[in-house]
Design a protein around this ligand. Structure first.
Ligand SMILES: [Zn+2]
Length: 310
């Protein structure tokens, strides 16, 4: 099994996480962030299942936003096997839900947006695309409820739904049917990936923020806490007890600055201010010198990124 496109936290999730640390998000933004985090952990749990059960040849593409002829659709997980293309829409709901005529609701009657609508749309979109490309592979689409504590009343046999206790069996079955992939499968995967669009500037989707109102300081990458104990070499988080090299922590914090303010010019003074003067000026300059390229004279020296870190 080959993962042609790995899953990463979306830029939107990254940006909201950075902001959440450094200023007070409004209630709906906070809720949105929690939902994104929950969604990502569900998707990652499904990735683990695929890793566990698919050991034959297959190509996996995660987290796609496909654009074609002005239309766009989102796919959480796409798997190309010898005998067909599978798309999965993943939901990480917890608790008891009810299936009814229009869609889904919680057991207490709270309606949720019907994921089957998006799934059907994506499936027909992709089928159409494959036909245009002359591929005869069949597209199969499923809505996957990944959380072990999810249950669904009134589910219908004909619904393209995979419940938590059916996932293993379903993936094992794909694996059993899989044969060798041909060049056609690989070409198809590359063509699909080409339609993926990740150019939309994330800064526009984030709530309004300004440099001035964001909290300055060196923060822990794992839990977001600013309560760090910095020694000569290492940085110890007093909240989550993770210990890392000081340089790595500084570089993460610079990355945050660049992510939130892409136009910003990196100078030792600027970075030091962003990191709340948590380390000595000279030490900061050394980190910048080692990891970025300097331009300009000693005073007001500007640093540029040499190699992107990810
Ligand atoms: Zn921490």
């Amino acid at each position: 099994m080959e993962i042609l496109k790995a899953r990463q936290p979306s830029d939107l999730l990254r940006g909201l996480n950075y902001l959440d640390k450094r200023f007070e998000l409004k209630e709906p933004e906070k809720r949105y962030l929690i939902n994104l985090q929950k969604g990502l952990s569900g998707e990652t749990a499904f990735d683990d299942k695929i890793n566990q059960h698919i050991d034959k040849q297959a190509i996996v593409l995660n987290d796609l936003l496909l654009l074609n002829k002005g239309l766009s659709f989102k796919v959480d997980s796409l798997l190309i096997a010898s005998h067909g293309v599978y798309i999965f829409e993943i939901r990480n709901y917890v608790g008891r839900y009810v299936r009814h005529m229009e869609g889904f609701s919680t057991i207490h009657g709270e309606e949720v947006a019907n994921p089957l609508i998006q799934l059907n749309r994506s499936a027909s979109f992709l089928s159409q695309l494959l036909k245009e490309w002359g591929s005869e592979l069949k597209v199969t689409a499923h809505l996957v409820f990944i959380h072990p504590q999810f249950s669904l009343y009134n589910a219908r046999v004909e619904d393209p739904i995979i419940l938590p206790n059916q996932i293993d069996e379903y993936l094992k079955d794909i694996n059993i049917k899989s044969r060798m992939l041909s060049r056609e499968h690989h070409n198809l995967a590359r063509r699909i990936l080409k339609l993926h669009d990740d150019d939309s500037p994330v800064q526009k989707q984030l709530p309004y923020y300004s440099y001035k109102e964001l909290k300055k300081g060196l923060s822990c990458n794992a839990c977001g806490s600013f309560d760090l104990l910095i020694t000569q070499r290492s940085c110890y988080c007093k909240s989550c007890f993770v210990k890392r090299g000081v340089t790595d922590v500084i570089l993460d914090n610079i990355e945050e600055l660049q992510f939130l303010f892409p136009e910003t010019t990196l100078t030792t003074a600027k970075v030091n201010e962003w990191c709340g003067d948590a380390v000595h000026f000279r030490r900061m300059r050394k980190v910048l010198k080692e990891h970025y390229t300097a331009t300009g004279a000693t005073s007001g020296r500007v640093y540029e990124q040499t190699v992107p870190r990810r």
